[in-house]
Design a protein around this ligand. Structure first.
Ligand code: PMP
Length: 380
């Protein structure tokens, strides 16, 4: 029944219909091959089996293998499927890899970057590292990706960037080359196109946009590099990457359901041409939507050309005095919802509208939205 609604939610977000089917089937009864119909039923639901048993071990191993194969995460990286969301990584990163008297560098491109920075600043008070914001687009309302400085501060431990800014609708064309280990929060554009992920020393992504359900977070980092870092003092085991890695990613109970869905999503990406095919499809969707916005005198895209996200397209409604703008936006979002376009309300901190068009979002949904917007404008 839900298939008649185009879902523009920013996350948790749309997933391929086949994945919903296979995940539902695995909840009823897990098959030895959850991706295909040929496996044998094991007589138990995915939700009731041990994470230490052979059936889940196979799912976990397949998911990790697909992270390398489909997402292009180098084999030299440790891959962990953790809980706690991308937000836990904001804290785990400085806890594990900020070094006393050295500088943790951050690029501030939006609300999520700012939260990552805040955790580093908080921890710096007791741990003795420094936090430097080496570039920021805050002054212009985060409408673009700022240029990075020619040189980093001396004694930089790492440079942290957010590859795609979910709320403001901007993204790095390619991850930057920097003279320090590059850390990337790729939560909202991982797997959407090749953008240099293989250059990251550490990366992470909450699954609930392009990878699966909420409650599982993909983390990877260069194994040899990590082994050379000083062991941080006073960090509980659960918050150390090394603890999880030493137990093959199964130190404590993972989100078993989330791991299976992530496996199914990556199989869907692989079977549909991989990340390069996703890139072509995503570029087509984004181009159509930005063209409609740029051609309109009612709607205005927020992000500057050159920084525009292919995943989250953010716009405002203009042509009205400020006090009427909000009512107009509300009218548009309500009319769109009634016409079957769900989730177009912008983030509460920004206002306006946002269409999140992740990998699984169908191109025909964008065509239909552009048509609806033209009609809305014509009848104003
Ligand atoms: N980083 C980015 C880029 C995000 O879009 C989000 C969530 N929308 C987060 C971090 C926070 O993720 P979580 O809720 O999984 O902690």
């Amino acid at each position: 029944a839900a298939s008649r609604i185009y879902n523009f939610s920013a996350g948790p977000a749309i997933l391929p219909p086949e994945v919903f089917e296979r995940a539902a089937s695995a909840v009823r009864e897990l098959r030895t091959n959850a991706h295909a119909d040929d496996g044998e039923g094991i007589g138990l639901s995915l939700l009731e089996i041990s994470h230490r048993g052979a059936d889940f071990a196979a799912i976990h191993a397949k998911a990790v293998a697909l992270v390398h194969e489909v997402l292009g995460v180098p084999e030299s990286c440790e891959v962990l499927l953790l809980q706690g969301g991308a937000s836990l990584q904001f804290a785990m990163i400085p806890l594990n890899f900020a070094v006393p008297k050295r500088v943790a560098c951050y690029v501030d491109t939006g609300a999520w970057s700012a939260k990552a920075i805040k955790e580093s600043v908080t921890l710096a008070e007791t741990r003795g590292h420094e936090t430097a914001v080496i570039a920021s687009s805050k002054a212009s309302g985060y409408d673009h990706i700022p240029a990075l400085p020619e040189a980093l501060p001396a004694a930089s431990s790492y440079v942290h960037v957010t590859s795609n800014n979910t709320i403001f609708g901007t993204e790095f064309e390619q991850l930057p080359d920097v003279d320090a280990p590059l850390f990337v929060d790729a939560s909202s554009n991982i797997g959407s196109r090749p953008f240099g992920l293989e250059r990251a020393t550490l990366g992470y992504a909450g699954a609930q946009k392009n990878l699966g359900p909420s409650g599982v977070t993909l983390v990877w980092y260069q194994r040899e590099w990590a082994a050379q870092q000083p062991s941080p003092a006073g960090v509980p085991g659960i918050l150390r990457y090394a603890t999880h890695a030493a137990k093959g990613g199964l130190y404590n109970t993972p989100n078993t359901f989330g791991v299976l869905v992530l496996q199914l999503v990556l199989e869907w990406v692989r079977d549909n041409g991989g990340v390069t095919a996703m890139a072509t499809r995503n570029q087509g969707k984004a181009d159509a939507l930005y063209a409609a916005l740029d051609a309109s005198s009612l709607f205005t895209a927020k992000a500057k050309p050159g920084s525009r996200s292919r995943m989250n397209v953010v716009w405002t409604l203009g042509g009205a005095p400020d006090d009427e703008r909000e009512a107009l936006t509300k009218r548009f979002v309500t009319a769109a919802a009634a016409a079957g376009f769900a989730g177009l309300k912008g983030h509460r901190s920004v206002g306006g509208c946002r269409a999140s068009i992740y990998n699984a979002f169908p191109p025909e949904g964008v065509t239909a939205l552009c048509e609806f917007m033209r009609e809305f404008e014509r009848t104003q």
